[in-house]
Write a protein that binds this ligand. Structure first.
Ligand code: ACM
Ligand code: ZN
Length: 557
């Protein structure tokens, strides 16, 4: 009797501990970033995710859907330690079902329905399913032991803007292939679907072009770098790097799997000193030139009067279109000083030949820049591609098909929309993440200047009220930019973009009437758990407003 009692006692202990293991529950929370357009929680029984939960995909033989299932399994594993299997079965209980076929005008739309038997993510496309998976992923608790209880819910969601971008300048500082992949992972976490890759600059040429090998042999390496804000001191260290075409293609594929299009930028006709160092005959003076060691805007630009320049542009863009399948190619157009052109016999002869005239608004040299851009545009048009240019491309004559990226505030974007161009808003005062994120600049790493805290990013309304309803339709997207003069490491990149990217993502995705900064901050304090989980080096200012700032040297590099 005593033994029986003891056995029962032990069994009940085992049972209790077994039960406590299997019934420990943590709740999923749909308060994610960016906020979904419609979210209705109901009082029905929740779905419990356990080790037996399976993933089912329809259609099963679709590569994108298989990859989606792989991402979901990876995210669940990261957050909860559970290994979910994708199976072919018609038993749909205890399953996360990923399916196509949602009828919506928006190709990136999804629905996420949770009931006690299953979670169903339906997408208008594979990308829509991917965003549903992102929402599910962001709602997971971070736990290594518990099962997860998902409250019954109906989420209907779609992005406000089709173009949701982030730019990275890899020319002022170079980042490895692994870092670029990590950046793309960060974009995916924020539902961003365009990676604008700024590949050429005065200070370094970063992409292999087989027809012009000197671009990477010479142009990818500067002999040293100026210290601080263009002091007269230099660090004495050669600096450089570039991506082979194969590596760039690897990035294109990595991004594509995450529904992100890579938009390369070759910045024309200014910001070209590294190219001139490689091919001095392309400059107005013939050089010699060196890959620039200082920051700022070089006065040495491509000579617009030299037929070899147009041949060069076409040769480069030809290979760029081979590497990058994106519809858009960014051809720059910003900050091109005209001093060399004013004094160059070849450029002046070209102005005469083309009959370019000055008027009150534009000089003949402005129009010469329009001519160079139009050559690039025509060449790309012949390949079925479209151009994006910085808002300076409005200074002259511009083909209607050009998309304008408004960076000097929203003024350029407003003018472009009024002139009938598609516009991507990337106004520096809201969306330049190289600017300081706090006023306490003494305790920050050196930055270019400016002040763009998280609430400023969040407050961006990309569609100006001054536009008519028809003109408003031209605002197709929103982007933030990261210029890297003062950002030498990838850890520092992370510090500059996070969590400002979270605020950006809500500007890009969520309808303005759904936005609420206080609510965003509440959600952000949970969302940062994913930054921690991924080991991202994010800025803490919004989480610790009272904190005495510490030196940036304390941050992990
Ligand atoms: C730019 O910031 N120069 C486009
Ligand atoms: Zn010239």
């Amino acid at each position: 009797m005593r033994n029986v009692n003891k056995t029962l006692f032990i069994l009940s202990l085992v049972g209790a501990s077994f039960m406590s293991c299997t019934t420990e529950l943590e709740n999923a929370d749909y308060q994610v970033i960016p906020a979904p357009q419609e979210l209705v929680i109901d009082q029905n029984e929740p779905f419990i995710m356990n080790n037996k939960t399976k993933i089912i995909i329809y259609p099963a033989d679709n590569d994108g859907m298989q990859r989606n299932a792989g991402f979901l399994a990876e995210y669940v594993k990261e957050a909860t330690g559970k290994s979910l299997k994708t199976v072919l079965t018609d038993k749909t209980k205890n399953a996360i079902i990923l399916q196509l076929g949602l009828s919506s005008e928006n190709p990136e739309a999804y629905q996420l329905n949770v009931n006690k038997d299953n979670i169903i993510i339906s997408g208008a496309s594979e990308a829509g399913v991917f965003y549903g998976i992102q929402t599910l992923r962001k709602s997971l608790p971070i736990t290594k032991t518990a099962n997860v209880s998902f409250p019954a819910v109906k989420i209907q969601d779609y992005p406000r803007f089709a173009y949701r971008g982030m730019m990275l300048d890899v020319s002022r500082h170079f980042f490895t292939l692994d870092s670029i992949k990590r950046y793309i992972d960060m974009l995916a976490l924020h539902n961003i679907n365009r990676f604008h890759w700024h590949l050429s600059e005065d200070q370094g040429w970063r992409i292999e072009i087989k027809k012009y090998p000197e671009l990477t042999k010479v142009g990818s390496m500067r002999s040293e770098t100026v210290i601080g804000h263009n002091t007269d001191e230099y660090d004495g260290k050669p600096y450089g790097g570039f991506y082979t075409q194969e590596e760039a293609k690897e990035i294109v594929a990595y991004a594509r799997d995450r529904y992100i299009t890579v938009i390369p930028e070759i910045d024309l006709p200014g910001h070209m000193q590294a190219a001139l160092a490689s091919y001095p005959e392309l400059g107005c003076t013939g050089g010699p030139y060196e890959v620039w060691k200082r920051w700022g805007i070089s006065e040495d630009v491509l000579c617009a009067g030299n037929p070899k320049t147009i041949e060069f542009i076409e040769g480069v863009l030809d290979e760029i279109t081979e590497i990058f399948p994106s519809e858009y190619i960014h051809i720059g157009g910003d900050e091109c000083p005209k001093v060399r052109w004013k004094n160059c016999p070849k450029c002046q002869a070209m102005i005469k030949k083309l009959g370019l005239k000055s008027d009150k608004k534009h000089s003949a040299e402005d129009r010469l820049q329009s001519y160079v851009m139009s050559c690039a545009e025509k060449f790309l048009d012949g390949k079925g591609r479209r151009i994006i240019g910085w808002d300076e491309i409005l200074e002259g004559d511009l083909i209607p098909e050009a998309t304008v990226m408004s960076w000097r505030g929203t003024k350029g974007g407003i003018e472009a929309a009024k002139r009938g161009h598609d516009v991507i808003m990337a106004p520096n005062v809201y969306a330049y993440f190289d600017y300081y994120q706090t006023k306490d600049t003494e305790n920050e790493p050196l930055a270019i200047g400016g002040f763009v805290p998280v609430d400023k990013v969040y407050s961006l309304e990309p569609v100006p009220a001054s536009l008519t309803n028809d003109e408003k339709k031209f605002i197709v997207g929103v982007q933030a930019n990261l210029w890297t003069e003062y950002i030498p490491t990838f850890s520092h990149v992370e510090y500059m973009v996070l969590p400002r990217m979270a605020a950006l993502s809500e500007v890009q995705w969520t309808m303005p009437e759904k936005k609420d900064y206080q609510d965003f901050l509440n959600r952000l304090s949970r969302f940062r758990g994913l930054y921690d989980l991924n080991g991202y080096n994010y800025a803490k200012h919004v989480f610790e407003p009272q904190r005495k700032p510490r030196s940036f040297d304390d941050l992990p590099q």
